[in-house]
Design a protein around this ligand. Structure first.
Ligand SMILES: Cc1cc2nc3c(=O)[nH]c(=O)nc-3n(C[C@H](O)[C@H](O)[C@H](O)COP(=O)(O)O)c2cc1C
Length: 375
């Protein structure tokens, strides 16, 4: 059904409009109590074997929706209804901003990929915090009242790089109380200069300030993660891994989109005509996996790794777990696979785990990378 809908409707529409139409439909369904339960029963059956504990949280499974889909925290319950085990909202910046000029999202259907230069279009951290507060107080049972919500923060475009820390701190102070975990995003290619914040001498004070701001704001200790780009050199990945250990960070998310256009099947002239932006989806798979392996080899089980980038199938998700990811996320394949995608991932993962020598997902985390390093 979805492939037909994609071919006949979504594919003919501007990708950003298609996103809003699909997201509005999900939100509308979630607002109808009867429909919500029905969709949930079909899309998100429970898989007790896939339960995981990560970042001090109990999750129904390891598979979350990556940042960027629900930038403003308007559809968390609808997305949980479809079976995502956690939803990372954002990127949210201290000030509301419109993002880059449209058109800014493109499909490379033949590559099962997307190119985006959205540029952190979002309502700003004050509005998003107010929305999260209302949701928390108004949450109705039954139905996953306790969906794990990650909050991903970034820098306001007009704020100079030298003042980036204050911008992140403002968002942290507003949002930490509503975050099950907090992500410092320094890896989007669409905010000029943002990725320079990945250099450890800049990242150290930034992460330290965010940690302190979170601790000032809430008595509960909010897990703090950093999200990195796949375009970092190997030494820089190691440096971020070492910094994460040094600062007692809770996790690293690998990876964001890439600025590379290597290995695409789509006509290079067409790709070039789309202009700048981050590439996501299938072509990102190999590099994201490499970055994850490298991180796991460095940090082992000391911090939580979240694998994201090009995950399309349960096999892809399982490969990330074996490489070292306790949690996995996806975005682009949701566009191509549709609303039953989380269900297929869970079903497949459950079968793969059952057929493996591991009793739990936790036992499987990093098994392949450990083997590669001991043999
Ligand atoms: C349209 C679009 C918008 C995105 N916006 C954000 C964002 O605001 N913050 C962020 O950290 N990542 C953002 N991402 C990156 C995704 O979270 C993810 O890291 C990346 O797409 C790789 O995963 P995928 O191959 O499964 O899509 C965005 C991705 C897409 C396709």
């Amino acid at each position: 059904m979805y492939p037909l809908l994609f071919k006949t409707v979504f594919r003919r529409m501007d990708p950003e409009r298609a996103h809003h139409l699909a997201f509005d439909t999900i939100r509308a369904a979630a607002a109808v109590p009867g429909a919500r339960g029905g969709v949930r029963a079909v899309a998100a059956p429970a898989y007790p074997r896939l339960r995981v504990r990560a970042l001090g949280l109990d999750l129904p499974g390891p598979f979350g929706l990556a940042a960027g889909f629900d930038k403003n925290a308007v559809g968390i319950d609808g997305l949980a209804m479809l079976g995502f085990d956690f939803v990372e909202i954002g990127t949210v910046t201290a000030r509301a901003q419109p993002g880059n000029e449209k058109t800014r999202l493109f499909r490379l259907t033949g590559d099962r990929a997307l190119v985006n230069r959205m540029g952190f279009n979002n309502d700003g951290s004050a509005a998003v915090a107010a929305r999260l507060a209302r949701r928390r107080h108004g949450q109705r049972r039954p139905y996953r009242p306790d969906t794990v919500v990650g909050v991903n923060i970034g820098k306001t475009k007009t704020v100079p790089e030298a003042e980036a820390t204050a911008d992140y701190v403002t968002s942290t102070e507003r949002l930490a109380a509503y975050a099950d975990y907090l992500v410092v995003n320094v890896s989007s290619p669409n905010t000029p200069g943002l990725r320079n914040l990945q250099a450890v001498e800049v990242l150290r004070p930034l992460l330290t300030a965010v940690r302190e701001a979170a601790d000032r704001t809430t008595t509960a200790r909010v897990p703090l993660l950093v999200k990195i780009a796949p375009d970092l050199a190997d030494e820089d990945i190691d440096a971020v891994a070492d910094l994460a250990l040094e600062l007692g960070l809770d996790g690293v998310i690998a990876t964001n989109t890439t600025v590379s256009r290597d290995g695409l099947r789509t006509d290079p002239a067409h790709v070039a005509s789309l202009g700048a932006g981050g590439l996501s989806g299938a072509p990102l798979k190999e590099r994201s996996l490499q970055v994850l392996r490298r991180l796991y080899a460095r940090v082992g089980d000391r911090i939580t790794l979240v694998g994201v980038g090009g995950i399309e199938t349960a096999e892809d998700a399982w490969e990330r777990v074996l490489a070292g990811a306790t949690l996995v996320q996806g975005y682009s394949a949701f566009v191509y696979e549709g609303p039953l995608w989380p269900r297929r991932i869970h079903h497949g993962l459950d079968r793969l785990l059952a057929a493996s020598p591991y009793a739990t997902l936790a036992d499987a985390v990093g098994a392949d990378t450990r083997k590669a390093h001991t043999s």
